[in-house]
Design a protein around this ligand. Structure first.
Ligand SMILES: CC(C)(COP(=O)(O)OP(=O)(O)OC[C@H]1O[C@@H](n2cnc3c(N)ncnc32)[C@H](O)[C@@H]1OP(=O)(O)O)[C@@H](O)C(=O)NCCC(=O)NCCS
Length: 401
C-alpha cells in the first residue's frame, strides 16, 4: 500500500478528474465544447481524488439519487460513477482508499444505499457491493416480428426540442413502483438526452391512449447497406422505453412496423419483459445477453432493512459483516412487520455484499448459499429468509449511468 492522499475535489480539479477517468476507459479528453456541457454534472462535494506527491492518480464520483425498495418506499441513494485509477498507479490500493473515503462520506451524509454499474465483475464485491438486479439484451428480426396486437392507441413522433419535458414527466410517472428503480438527476437528463439530441438519427415517439400520454421510446437508427456482397441490415436501437401496460405493446408494434429496419436491438431491458410473446412468431425475438445491472451497497443496513417490506409469517435473524462500515455489523431480526437490531444469535451470517444482492429480491439467500457465498447450517432458516424477502416483480432499474 502506497501513501496516498484522498481529497474531496473542487472546481479546480474537475476537468483533470474527468480526463483521468476517460483515460482509464481508453478515451481521449473531452474537447472544450463537450467539457462545458459535462461540467455541471460535477456537483460540489461529490468527487474524490487520490493524490500521490500532489499528483492526481485516481478518482471516484457520485450523483445524488433515490432508490425504490420492495414495498414502494424510496431511500436516498448515491449513484457512483466515473471510477478510475491511472494505469501506472493501479493495484496499489488507490481505489480501496477512495472507496473507504467515499463510503464514509455517504454514511455521514445520510445516504442509505449506493449503487453503480461495474466495468468488470471482480472489482466491487470487496467494497460491499452485490448484484441486486439484472437486465437483458434482446434482438428482434423485424421482418418476422408481426405483432399479435395492432396499435390500439396513437404513437406520434415528437421533435427533440418538444420531447424532453414530455419524456421526463412520463419517466417520473411510469418508473414509479418497481423496486430497483432510481431517480434520474438533472445531469443525467442533460448528459444522456439533451447533449445527444442533435444526433441526427435519434428519434422520440410518444404513445397515448384514452387517458392521454402513457409511454415513450427514444431510439436511434443506423442505416445499413444494400450493396451486393456487402449487405448490412439497418439497425434500430432502443435507448429508453417506458410504458404503461396499455402503451407497451403499442410502442413495440410501432417499432416493429418501421420500414427498412432489419434488426431491432434493445439493451438494458427487464428480464421479465414479455417481448417474445408479442410477435406471432416468437422466434423473431432472441435474448442475446443477460447481465448484472445494479451493484447495490447498503450504506446504512439498519435503515435499509427497516424501510422495505417483508412477506410470510415467520422470522429470521441475519448476522452482517462489514469491513468498511463496521457500524453496520451485528444481528438483525426480520419479521413481516419490519426489521430491527437484536442481541439474539443469528440464523446465518453474511457479508454486506451478499445482503445487498438479496435485498431487492432478485436472488434468494438459498441460491447464494448454494453458490458458496456464505455458510448456512440451517436450510430451514434459508427458507424462512427467502419467504420474507420474496417479491412479486423482479427488480429492475432501467437507468444506465
Ligand atoms: C478498477 C480500478 C479503478 C481499480 O483500481 P486499483 O487502484 O487498481 O484498485 P486497488 O489497488 O484498490 O485494488 C483493490 C483490490 O481489488 C483488486 N482489483 C481491483 N481492480 C481489479 C480488476 N480490474 N481486476 C482484478 N482485480 C482487481 C486488486 O487486485 C486488489 O486486490 P487485493 O486487495 O486482493 O490486493 C482500475 O483498475 C481502473 O481504473 N480500471 C480501468 C477503469 C475501470 O474499469 N473503472 C471502473 C469503472 S466501473
Amino acid at each position: 500500500m502506497t501513501d496516498l492522499d484522498i481529497r474531496v475535489l473542487d472546481d479546480a480539479h474537475y476537468r483533470a478528474a474527468h480526463t483521468l477517468f476517460r483515460g482509464t476507459l481508453h478515451n481521449g479528453p473531452a474537447n472544450d465544447e463537450r467539457w462545458e456541457q459535462v461540467r455541471p454534472s460535477y456537483e460540489p462535494g461529490r468527487t474524490f481524488g487520490a493524490f500521490a506527491d500532489d499528483e492526481l492518480v485516481g478518482t471516484v464520483q457520485s450523483f445524488p439519487s433515490r432508490l425504490a425498495v420492495p414495498g414502494g418506499a424510496v431511500v436516498p441513494m448515491a449513484a457512483v460513477s466515473r471510477v478510475g485509477v491511472r494505469a501506472d498507479w493501479t493495484r496499489r490500493g488507490a481505489l480501496t482508499a477512495l472507496q473507504r473515503a467515499q463510503l464514509r462520506a455517504f454514511r455521514e451524509s445520510g445516504e442509505v444505499a449506493a449503487t453503480l454499474r461495474a466495468s468488470e465483475g471482480v472489482i466491487y464485491e470487496r467494497f460491499g457491493y452485490g448484484v441486486a438486479s439484472r437486465f437483458r439484451e434482446v434482438r428482434v428480426k423485424r421482418a418476422s416480428a408481426r405483432p399479435r396486437l395492432p396499435i390500439r392507441g396513437r404513437v406520434r413522433l415528437v421533435s427533440p426540442e418538444a420531447a424532453l419535458p414530455v419524456v421526463r414527466s412520463l419517466f417520473e410517472r411510469l418508473s414509479r413502483g418497481r423496486a430497483g428503480g432510481i431517480a434520474r438527476w438533472p445531469g443525467w437528463w442533460h448528459t444522456n438526452v439533451v447533449m445527444d439530441q442533435a444526433e441526427a438519427n435519434r428519434k422520440y415517439a410518444v404513445a397515448s391512449g384514452p387517458d392521454g400520454d402513457d409511454g415513450y421510446v427514444i431510439y436511434k437508427v443506423t442505416p445499413g447497406s444494400f450493396e451486393s456482397g456487402n449487405e448490412k441490415p439497418t439497425l434500430l436501437e432502443v435507448l429508453d422505453l417506458w410504458a404503461s401496460p396499455r402503451a407497451w405493446s403499442d410502442l413495440w408494434a410501432f417499432l416493429f412496423g418501421i420500414d427498412l429496419v432489419g434488426e431491432v436491438l434493445a439493451e438494458g431491458r427487464p428480464v421479465d419483459e414479455p417481448l417474445e410473446w408479442l410477435p406471432v412468431d416468437r422466434r423473431a425475438v432472441r435474448v442475446t445477453d443477460e447481465m448484472d445491472e445494479t451493484w447495490l451497497r447498503l450504506v446504512d443496513v439498519e435503515a435499509a432493512l427497516s424501510v422495505r417490506t417483508y412477506r410470510s409469517e415467520g422470522s429470521v435473524v441475519i448476522g452482517v459483516r462489514d469491513r468498511f462500515l463496521p457500524e453496520n455489523e451485528g444481528a438483525y431480526l426480520i419479521t413481516p412487520s419490519g426489521a430491527s437490531r437484536t442481541s439474539s444469535s443469528p440464523d446465518f451470517v453474511v457479508d454486506v455484499d451478499v445482503l445487498g444482492a438479496a435485498y431487492l429480491g432478485d436472488v434468494s439467500f438459498g441460491a447464494l448459499a448454494m453458490a458458496g457465498r456464505f455458510a448456512a447450517d440451517s436450510p430451514e432458516a434459508l427458507v424462512r429468509a427467502d419467504a420474507l424477502f420474496a417479491v412479486d416483480q423482479v427488480p429492475w432499474c432501467g437507468t444506465y449511468f
